[in-house]
Design a protein around this ligand. Structure first.
Ligand code: URA
Length: 234
């Protein structure tokens, strides 16, 4: 791909604007030599205003989503894309969330511009566990773990029962729930189905990936090792 198009696709501007950046000498190689639009040069050797280019397509990101942000790009309020540099919004291929977390849910959210990777993560065949920490309005009754594990729980207005899910009681008002599917508001609806209410919800794990010490609102780019951990044995 031509370098102007490549840089434009990373969200730095239209092709016309990127051509202007070349003319202004803002695009250089790693040694500070001014580049011309038809120079053959690798992604890693390009600098814009002295800064390395944003990551090339094939990007996968792990975000610690804070409460109060939605995953939709159409929401008029705060959206998770606001947590990244604004030019990320203009990337082609676009950066999409892998599934969604509700506005009021915090925790581990993946984003990628790689459609094949996205489908592999959400595919039932990958069977990736997602772990949620729920704070409940009322004490657990004691029968929830058996019911959730049974594979028979039917949520309102759904046609098929939920796949078996694992429930670990941390204390009467705190539970850790492991799901392998991702239905709409699934955790909140599961607890509603047993007469409870989720007061706070946090996703702590997808596959083998956890947030570790990443603070809320911060993100990091995933490498090959991370992707192996994501899909690898727990
Ligand atoms: N289940 C929910 O209810 N909300 C989420 O954000 C994720 C799973």
């Amino acid at each position: 791909m031509k370098i102007v198009k490549h840089i434009a696709n990373l969200g730095y501007g239209s092709r016309k604007q990127v051509q202007m950046m070349f003319r202004e000498g803002r695009i250089t190689d790693a040694d500070g030599e001014v580049l011309y639009a038809d120079d053959p040069v690798d992604h890693g050797n390009i600098r814009v205003d002295g800064e390395p280019l944003d990551p090339a397509p094939g990007l996968a990101i792990l975000l610690h989503k804070p409460v109060g942000y939605t995953c939709s790009t159409k929401d008029p309020g705060r959206i998770v894309h606001d947590l990244f540099p604004s030019r990320f919004r203009a990337r082609s291929p676009a950066l999409s969330t892998v599934g969604r977390l509700d506005r009021d849910t915090s925790g581990l959210l993946l984003l990628t511009d790689d459609g094949a990777l996205l489908h592999r993560i959400i595919s039932p065949r990958s069977n990736l566990p997602k772990v949620y920490e729920a704070t409940l309005a009322q004490d657990l009754r004691g029968d929830e773990a058996d019911l959730f594990a049974s594979g028979t729980l039917m949520l309102e207005s759904e046609q098929t029962p939920l796949a078996p899910a694992g429930l670990e009681t941390i204390d009467p008002r705190h539970a850790r729930l492991t799901l392998t599917e991702g239905r709409y508001h699934q955790v909140r609806r599961m607890f509603a189905a047993v007469g409870n209410h989720v007061e706070a919800l946090h996703r702590s794990r997808i596959g083998g990936l956890t947030l570790d010490d990443l603070p809320a609102g911060q993100w990091r780019i995933l490498g090959e090792v991370d992707l192996r951990v994501l899909f690898g044995p727990l």
